[in-house]
Design a protein around this ligand. Structure first.
Ligand SMILES: Cc1cc2nc3c(=O)[nH]c(=O)nc-3n(C[C@H](O)[C@H](O)[C@H](O)COP(=O)(O)OP(=O)(O)OC[C@H]3O[C@@H](n4cnc5c(N)ncnc54)[C@H](O)[C@@H]3O)c2cc1C
Length: 416
């Protein structure tokens, strides 16, 4: 790293990845593994943030297996979700069964995302080509001859300029990169927001059941050992009205949908204990410009519905690494090569977002509006209970996605 006359630090790499989430960390790891000099810039000082999803899907576990690090991964604390269930009023339903997937791990591993990202960082750091700079907040893109030539970031040591043949925006659904590049976003709309909170867990609590629906209320509970990470789904923009009704009414709502929390919601002492996460579903018309590519939520923001956004982001990273490693090593990343990544990943993105928008409109929105208890299960859920073989279909969609990607061997450098 050098310093220029103004005191800014400068760095040159083949690839600069903005954002150390699932998409950015996996891409950085896979590129470094093939010999590409890559830096990942993450604006936070660590990965420890409460609102990260905890799901490591069978397709990601298969990737980890392909990289020869599965045993090490599975030694870290996690839980194995072999079926996905929900409570609809008093009906216990099973929606997906992963036991027939053609993968080594026939389950979703539930692991706090900061543990997953720390694991990837640890493995990536074994490669000298991998650089991870935390507390590096990318504020602007560098332009040269009309194309993107890197980024400018604020760091505790002052300004940093990273020059790169390729810049990748993996900075999530509020992407600075895509905004600075002026990329056109198609908003598909999301009628929901999520309130995120922790409630203590007791040994007598029921097992992990992801969704609970009761008379217009939807609660998702993730077991994080000594506490439940809870996601309470509300109508978009509805938080203010909920606050006006007061905290006791809110606590009562949580207890009515999950009665085992009765008495424990007092742990929510004020509104600061409850975080609003706004949900968006959108996608870029074009994922790339000369010198720049967006992947993961930066290219297509995902709703939490189905818990598939992390999977899709990682699959983008695998496809991008497979397509880009050779051109990056040769110093020949053309617009055509960048468009190939979008061509490969656009169909699974459209299908997944189509499924999320359908679920918002036909399941979640009507469920939030209904005040009366549901007396009969909707037909698709009834069929899933009567014919367990059908549970393999949602298991494939949730566990593998529409186009699972497979990591290529690391000996790309030798063939360049
Ligand atoms: C409430 C909620 C719950 C969800 N739950 C799940 C779930 O359980 N399972 C699931 O599969 N999906 C879930 N999703 C969707 C999932 O979170 C996303 O699809 C997924 O995280 C996308 O990964 P990503 O790497 O593209 O982006 P992100 O995970 O958003 O990572 C982006 C990273 O970039 C960093 N960054 C941002 N701006 C900058 C900058 N300017 N400079 C440097 N770094 C920057 C951020 O700090 C972050 O680390 C949920 C979404 C929401 C809204």
């Amino acid at each position: 790293m050098e310093r220029d006359n103004s005191g800014s630090r400068r760095m040159n790499v083949r690839c600069c990845v903005v954002g150390g989430g699932p998409a950015g960390m996996v891409l950085g790891f896979l590129l470094a593994r093939t010999g590409v000099e890559v830096v990942v810039l993450e604006k936070h000082g660590d990965f420890l943030r409460d609102f990260r999803g905890d799901t490591v899907h069978p397709s990601t576990l298969e990737l980890i297996y392909g990289l020869g690090i599965l045993d090490d991964f599975l030694r870290r604390p996690h839980q194995e979700l072999r079926t996905v269930g929900a409570f609809i009023e008093d009906f216990a339903v099973t929606v997906a069964d992963f036991s027939h997937l053609p993968t080594h791990c026939k389950f979703v591993a539930l692991m706090p995302q900061w543990d997953f990202l720390n694991f990837i960082a640890e493995k990536a750091k074994a490669y000298p080509q991998f650089h991870l700079l935390m507390e590096s907040d990318v504020t602007d893109l560098l332009a040269e001859n009309g194309q993107v030539a890197g980024v400018r970031a604020k760091t505790p040591q002052g300004l940093l300029e990273v020059r790169a043949d390729l810049t990748v925006g993996a900075d999530g659904r509020h992407s600075t990169v895509r905004a600075k590049a002026g990329m056109e976003v198609m908003d598909l709309g999301a009628p929901i927001d999520v309130l995120w909170m922790r409630i203590g867990r007791r040994p007598s609590d029921p097992d992990q059941t992801l969704g609970r629906f009761r008379a217009g209320k939807i609660l998702v509970t993730l077991n994080r050992g000594d506490y439940w990470q809870c996601a309470y789904v509300i109508a978009k923009g509805g938080f203010e009205a909920i606050q006006q009704k007061g905290l006791p009414a809110f606590r009562e709502g949580i207890e009515s949908v999950a009665p085992f929390f009765r008495g424990r919601t007092q742990e929510l002492k004020d509104w600061d204990d409850i975080k609003l996460l706004s949900v968006a579903v959108d996608r870029l018309r074009r994922w790339s410009r000369t010198g720049l590519l967006c992947i993961g939520d930066s290219a297509h923001a995902m709703s939490p519905i189905g818990g598939v956004g992390i999977n899709l982001a990682i699959q983008d990273a695998v496809a991008a690494a497979n397509i880009l490693a050779r051109p990056l090593l040769r110093g020949a990343v053309t617009d055509g090569v960048l468009r190939e990544v979008q061509r490969r990943r656009e169909l699974p993105t459209r299908l997944t977002q189509g499924f999320q928008v359908f679920a918002h409109q036909h399941l979640i929105d009507p469920a939030l509006r209904s005040r009366a208890p549901i007396r009969r299960l909707p037909l698709p859920l009834k069929l899933l209970q009567q014919f367990p073989v059908l549970r393999r279909i949602p298991a494939r969609m949730l566990g593998l996605g529409f186009r699972p990607e497979h990591v290529r061997t690391a000996d790309v450098a030798a063939s360049v």
